[in-house]
Design a protein around this ligand. Structure first.
Ligand code: PHE
Length: 482
């Protein structure tokens, strides 16, 4: 292109000339070449875009055969008694109908069955103006008569508006300094094809560089909900750390959800206003040996050496059906079924609490639960495991603080540093003998339960937990891929 532009100094090149000279079929290639020369500093270019009105399909036909109103008007002036029957025999149905409408608006009326114009010269003038308009296209929007443009815009398929870009290139000093004789024609490759790879040509080919900083359209494809993506991430981390996954039901008994965990039967968290008790099933049967064992522990500590909570234990209370308030209800049952085998188990599951909905609370949320049972398991191992997990999640700063849960001793609160602040993400501890002994467990059990939504808020930078579940498509599309 530079060769072309330089060979006739002072000559103004039209795009058509450049295309012919360079043997290019496509304007886009010329535009691309111009862009390349500009990037190389060899030409400067100016670009202006404007809105152009041009003929659409129907308009092209009208330009060749005449506008419908022009043809009907001509027919009217050549017939002695132009009537509806005549119009219908002369023009096709799809033209006769709209044609009558067009003429009516030009002031042509049916009088005594005959088409009559009250002001024939006015009709002729209007039709000529319309014809001239059509013939003047394509033209820049600003140069066109607004009334006529609006008129044609209201008619289907006659005109259309497009944006036209005009570019002017000028060879720069630097471009002029290039010795034409030294120019060699080289193909640079912008797309790698199978053919190219199969031939040897790719080895010596010249590749067109890409500007990766340019803005581009974001492809909108299907993707996981950020919560699902986060769950998958949590899963893969625990699986990687040698844990097995546990999946269990939402519907549980108060016995497993609370009594097995040595939560006293008069604990405030058990009240109706905190827990969703079920009407159906209102009560779920439990084996007597369990309720008896829990009863002994709760009333006087059983054989554990604990003094228990005292008071009277109710097996009926144990049997109450509820929606699990924590996933510890599932790990404890896993332990009850496998009291002797060392294990590492985790679960990510939904739990339910009667919470008023606000910025940081939902009545349904997820917990990341886990246990490690093995001989010699200790607090240090628990802390290290949690630190490792959060580090893999991208939160390297973790600390633990003393806390209280009825079922663990010691009990910990896990906190993660986020934007300079410590945020509480969950609880952990080592199960108490009141929990493990009735189940026949002899090795220490490290346990934790952490909020998933809390973590999601950190990872996704949210300050309102509800954002996760309101299905705001724009927000969902713009979430980072975890
Ligand atoms: N179940 C506790 C909660 O819901 C967390 C926890 C799990 C604490 C296991 C200690 C051990 O907050």
């Amino acid at each position: 292109m530079l060769r072309v532009m330089r060979t006739k100094g002072g000559h103004k090149w039209t795009l058509a000339e450049i295309l012919t000279e360079c043997k290019w079929e496509d304007q886009a290639i010329a535009a691309g070449a111009g862009h390349g020369l500009k990037n190389a500093g060899l030409v400067s270019s100016t670009e202006t875009s404007s809105a152009i009105i041009r003929l659409a399909d129907e308009g092209i036909k009208a330009n060749e055969n005449g506008l419908l109103e022009a043809r009907i008007w001509k027919w009217m002036n050549h017939s002695d008694a132009p009537d509806m029957a005549g119009l219908q025999s002369e023009f096709e149905r799809h033209e006769a109908g709209p044609g009558v409408g067009l003429l009516k608006r030009l002031g042509v009326q049916l009088e005594g069955g005959i088409f009559i114009a009250s002001n024939p010269s006015g009709v002729t003038a209007d039709i000529e103006a319309r014809t001239a308009f059509i013939q003047s296209l394509p033209a820049a929007t600003e140069s066109l008569d607004v009334t006529l443009m609006d008129h044609f815009k209201s008619r289907r398929g006659l005109i259309e508006s497009v944006i036209s870009t005009s570019r002017t290139w000028k060879v720069t000093h630097q471009g002029r300094a290039v010795d034409i004789e030294t120019l060699v024609e080289k193909q640079s490759i912008s797309e790698i094809t199978t053919e190219l790879l199969q031939s040897d040509a790719w080895k010596d080919a010249d590749y067109r560089p890409f500007d990766v900083t340019l803005e581009s359209a974001t492809p909108r494809t299907g993707r996981s909900h950020p919560m699902q993506a986060l769950i998958e991430r949590v899963r893969s981390i625990f699986l990687e750390m040698g844990f097995s996954e546990l999946v269990d039901d939402y519907v549980q008994t108060a016995g497993w959800n609370m009594d097995a965990l040595f939560i006293p039967q008069d604990h405030p968290a058990r009240e109706m206003q905190d827990t969703f008790y079920l009407e159906n099933p209102e009560s779920i049967d439990l084996p007597e040996h369990l309720t008896d064992a829990w009863g002994a522990i709760h009333e006087h500590g059983g054989d554990t050496g604990s003094v228990g909570w005292g008071g009277k234990f109710s097996a009926e209370t144990s049997k109450k059906g509820l929606l699990r308030t924590h996933t510890t209800v599932n790990t404890i049952q896993y332990l009850a079924e496998n009291p002797k085998d060392a294990c590492r188990v985790f679960s990510v599951g939904r739990v339910f609490r009667k919470e008023a909905i606000d910025r940081t609370h939902l009545p349904e949320f997820h917990q990341i639960e886990g246990i490690i049972m093995e001989e010699g398991a200790n607090l240090q191992m628990l802390v290290t495991t949690l630190k490792t997990f959060y580090a893999k999640m991208g939160c390297p700063e973790v600390r633990v603080r003393p806390a209280y849960f009825p079922y663990t001793e010691p009990s910990l609160e896990i906190e993660v540093k986020w934007r300079g602040k410590w945020l509480e993400l969950g609880g952990a501890g080592i199960f108490r003998p009141e929990v493990t002994e009735p189940l026949g467990i002899s090795s220490p059990v490290l346990a934790w339960g952490m909020g998933l939504e809390r973590l999601a808020m950190l990872v996704l930078g949210l300050d309102d937990i509800r954002q996760l579940y309101i299905s705001d498509l724009e927000w969902l599309r713009n979430q980072p891929i975890l």
